[in-house]
Design a protein. Structure first.
Length: 465
């Protein structure tokens, strides 16, 4: 949840030369009758949506740029020993900067103030440049209220029967569902404006329009807060010390969804894992000997029923005539299985060994700074599929862990050979529950009776037949 109208710490009033201004940052929520700003702007998926034709008017998003989630910045040393950021992949300059939440404050215009002039103000991150509101009675030495916030994105009419504090929900043009809390001092038939979920980003020293600025942002995501790094382009017309509004990505995107794969994610490949496909309930026939058989596939290949298990580790006892590298017949999840053993010449016949029944890892992940055990990391595979993984309890920032593909271990049934098709059922998580579906995979080369091979399970939405 992104808080739109928020507080900043009050600044003490300072007396300076006429170049600077006396400022008392009386920041507060927007509450003027004609400038009501919604407290919260949240993604939602529940409850009926408000009819946009009747109650919601889109005002546009002029002046607000879109921020993107990036990996933590990597700094280099400048020629004078200062910390600097490397250029972006496209060659544009990058600067680290600061942000603050939208606010209002009061300033005192200098005695030599000229109409239209920008004034330099002491703010939460040092001095910044701002312009007093047009059309106000801007007399030198007068006190003025300055708004540092994006332009409103929506104008909402309060429907009949809706009281202050109620939650209204509707969909934006891009399909994103949002909710807003009705302010306390509005009544049915009155209007209030909604600002976009944005932070005010300061243009750092030496930065110019077109340069990129990187900043950290904290948003509510699920049951807690997530701090992530974001990047935005300085828009035209903004210069050093000025603030511009940058729209913060939706919370799930902030939750490290767009990690820089060159920095934190290394793709290891998917060698040895075959793709399974969703299948309708298999149809059986009777053989000449009366046993149940599955009908052949459309292309004529044999289909045999099989069983599958989640990746696991097993303990086996090596036989007394064991030879290093030999496969061992052992009791497995579904009866006897043929298990691989580590190619270790020091394995002794008769010893107990742990055998891993699992696919090879698909990704190697470095834990980013500021990420703790149990946190959820989200990123995209090469095919665009988004996946999430929980950081192991033993992992710390800078350490590595491997991510397995979403696969089951499928046993090669009796009399099956490489190239045959095997059919099996599996239960997968889907929304708030689980779905049991039938799948089909091809026995890969090199696998024979009683051995297990890894088969990637399709995404849950494809399994919900």
């Amino acid at each position: 949840m992104v808080i739109l109208a928020a507080f900043i710490s009050p600044c003490t009033e300072v007396k300076t030369s006429t170049e600077h201004l006396d400022i008392n940052c009386d920041a507060h929520r927007y509450s003027d009758e004609t400038e009501l700003i919604a407290d919260e702007f949240t993604e939602t998926t529940n409850e009926p949506l408000l009819g946009t034709r009747s109650y919601i008017r889109h005002l546009g998003s002029e002046g607000t740029v879109d921020a993107e989630v990036v990996a933590a910045p990597r700094r280099t040393r400048g020629s004078f020993g200062e910390d600097i950021l490397g250029d972006a992949a496209d060659g544009r300059r990058q600067f680290e900067t600061t942000t603050m939440e939208p606010c209002k404050f009061e300033i005192t215009l200098p005695q030599n103030y000229v109409l239209g002039q920008r004034v330099r103000v002491k703010g939460p991150h040092g001095f910044f440049s701002t312009r007093p509101p047009a059309g106000a009675n801007l007399l030198p030495g007068s006190r003025q209220r300055v708004r540092l916030a994006p332009l409103p994105e929506f104008r909402v009419e309060v429907p009949v029967g809706v009281s202050p504090g109620s939650e209204l929900k509707f969909a934006k043009e891009d399909g994103t569902e949002v909710s807003v809390t009705v302010p306390q001092d509005v009544t049915p038939g009155s209007f209030f404006d909604m600002a976009p979920p944005a932070l005010m980003v300061q243009v750092p020293k030496f930065a110019m329009p077109g340069d990129l600025v990187i900043f950290s942002a904290e948003v509510n995501c699920g049951s807690g807060k997530v701090t992530s790094w974001c990047r935005a382009q300085v828009p035209q017309g903004f210069h050093e010390e000025e603030y511009f509004p940058a729209r913060i990505p939706e919370p799930e995107r902030v939750a490290l969804r767009a990690l820089d794969t060159t920095s934190y994610i290394r793709y290891l490949g998917s060698e040895g894992t075959v793709d399974a496909e969703v299948l309708a309930t298999p149809r059986r026939t009777r053989s000449i000997f009366g046993e149940d058989l599955l009908e052949h596939a459309v292309d004529g290949r044999r289909q045999l029923k099989s069983v599958a298990t989640s990746p696991c580790e097993l303990e086996i006892t090596l036989p007394l005539n064991y030879v290093p590298g030999q496969r061992v017949r052992a009791k497995g999840p579904h009866g006897f299985m043929s298990a691989p053993t580590p190619a270790n010449p020091k394995l002794l016949p008769g010893s107990r060994q742990r055998v891993r029944l699992a696919p090879l890892p698909e990704f190697r992940v470095e834990v980013p700074p500021g990420v703790s055990p149990g946190s959820e990391l989200k990123f995209a595979r090469k095919d665009g599929t988004e996946i999430s993984v929980a950081v192991p309890q033993s992992a710390t920032p800078g350490s590595f862990f491997d991510v397995l593909p979403p696969a089951l271990m499928v046993q090669v049934p009796k009399s099956a050979m490489p190239g045959d098709l095997v059919v099996f059922s599996a239960e997968v998580n889907f929304g708030s529950g689980t779905v049991t579906s039938w799948y089909r995979a091809q026995v890969p080369p090199g696998f024979h009776e009683e051995e297990y091979f890894p088969a990637r399970i399709p995404e849950p939405e494809y399994a919900a037949l």
